[in-house]
Design a protein around this ligand. Structure first.
Ligand code: ATP
Ligand code: MG
Length: 439
């Protein structure tokens, strides 16, 4: 085990059980099992991070992170249901059915002079894998409210950074020098916004100042990590507030540059985006499924329509085809910022390309739309447009109603005559029937 040893020892403020409100009822049984077993084996065992913060705020935490002085191998030796994961950080995952308790060994804060930590030219941490003591583990954490340790030995909270006070005052304060901490890991800017939106905390002035300067550094963060962060930002039930803060701090432009430009120019588009974000938040609250492709499709809608019109002017193609093509091109450009997996970009393209087909409510081709594998997503998208006055309400109602109709009713709705008539009909009748129509 390597220890950096460059930090001076420090003493925490210890808040005894009687003086704080983190109750064991708020901690999952599995997390308690892990903590008790580590403790019995003679190791230090703490809950740390968001779960302590959220328990203090009575927000009923669901994810529990454990910090210990046991190494990952020592943790594994204690638990049968344990897997070691991660290369940059070695972590132990202890599994109880569907619940996973993450157990991390104390690590030391990044230090420029320390060879075991590597930074790039902007100061971003690229390696961070040195074990340490709890006194060191504290300083590598991002915000003071995320650096509270709940000690299973006596149920006290250890606070090295003034986190308890900051939770009480509902403020996000970066640990250490804000500019240095943002440069080390620019994702912390997104985390600041995420926690501000979720917790209703204010971002401390010093952190805000660093953010104003360091926003462009987000461009150095790997696109795959930004996708993970995108999910946390927009699928946690606070998407609308998060979006507003991201726009306020100019972070949104770093994540979705094309969308950001359109938002500045087009108030209707902004209205649509906000409606979609509210809708997503509602779905999360109601425990309904959400897919990232829906919001990303919403974000791309304005530029997709514009580019599609350009492509149609260049070459003869249908509106649907042009939307599909434009979405494909724009997704490729967007990938440079946020790596959206193909399993999302492909259905998203269909969802956008299907939009013109809702205009058509007569005939067999219109009817067939109901069977399209992306009908549901495309329908939800269209309904959202209708909600904000950007799609015809009567047609929206038509598509809602036909979903509950029988085959016969649908034939009437789509004005598909069962009696062949006219020239076309006669010709059809003469055609040889397909095998399945014979039976
Ligand atoms: P939530 O789970 O509600 O999103 P959280 O605070 O638990 O919030 P996690 O991403 O689960 O956030 O991280 C757990 C803890 O690890 C954080 O509370 C923080 O102490 C530390 N941490 C996570 N990411 C970073 C980071 N980029 N820089 C510094 N510390 C971090
Ligand atoms: Mg967490």
């Amino acid at each position: 085990m390597k220890t950096s040893g460059t930090k001076k020892p420090n003493t925490p403020k210890i808040i005894p059980r009687a003086a704080h409100n983190v109750s064991r009822d708020e901690i999952s049984k599995s997390a308690l099992k892990v903590l008790y077993r580590l403790h019995k084996a003679g190791y230090q065992a703490f809950l740390v991070g968001g779960c302590v913060r959220d328990a203090m705020l009575e927000l009923h935490p669901k994810d529990f992170d454990v910090a210990t002085n046991a190494t990952p191998e020592q943790v594994r030796a204690l638990f049968g249901n344990c897997r070691l994961i991660g290369r940059r950080f070695r972590l132990a995952h202890v599994r109880f059915g569907r619940e996973v308790i993450e157990v991390a060994t104390f690590r030391a804060a990044a230090n420029h002079k320390d060879d075991d930590h590597a930074h790039d030219e902007e100061g971003r941490i690229v390696r961070d894998n040195v074990y340490g003591s709890i006194e060191e583990d504290v300083w590598r954490r991002d915000f003071t409210c995320n650096a509270l340790y709940y000690n299973i030995a006596d149920f006290s909270i250890w606070d090295y950074t003034g986190g308890v006070d900051d939770v009480q005052h509902r403020r996000l304060v970066l640990i250490g020098d804000p500019d240095k901490r943002m440069r080390e890991d620019p994702v912390r800017m997104l985390r600041a916004v995420r926690f501000a939106a979720k917790l209703g905390f204010s971002i401390d002035a010093a952190a805000e100042k660093a953010m104003a300067k360091d926003v462009p550094l987000l461009a150095n963060v790997p696109a795959a990590r930004l996708f993970d962060e995108f999910l946390k930002l927009f699928q946690a039930g606070f998407a609308e507030r998060t979006f507003e803060l991201l726009r306020h701090y100019k972070l949104f432009a770093e994540l979705f540059p094309a969308t950001d430009k359109e938002l500045d120019q087009d108030p209707d588009f902004l209205k649509f985006v906000k409606a979609a974000l509210r809708n997503t938040d509602r779905r999360v609250r109601d425990d309904k499924s959400v897919t990232p492709m829906f919001l990303i499709g919403v974000f791309q809608w304005a530029s997709t329509k514009k580019l599609a019109a350009i492509r149609r002017a260049e070459e003869k193609m249908s509106e649907s085809q042009s939307l599909g093509l434009a979405s494909y091109e724009l997704s490729a450009a967007q990938q440079r910022r946020i790596a959206i997996p193909r399993r999302f970009t492909v259905p998203m393209r269909d969802m956008l390309a299907l939009q013109p087909r809702f205009e058509q409510t007569h005939g067999k081709r219109a009817l067939k739309l109901l069977d399209h594998r992306r009908f549901r997503a495309a329908y939800d998208f269209m309904m959202l447009l209708a909600d904000v006055g950007q799609f015809d309400l009567d047609k929206a109602k038509f598509w809602t109603d036909v979903q509950n109709q029988s085959g016969e009713e649908r034939a009437t709705s789509f004005q598909i005559s069962t009696q062949p008539k006219g020239k076309k009909g006669r010709r059809r009748r003469r055609r040889r029937p397909k095998p399945e129509q014979l039976s």
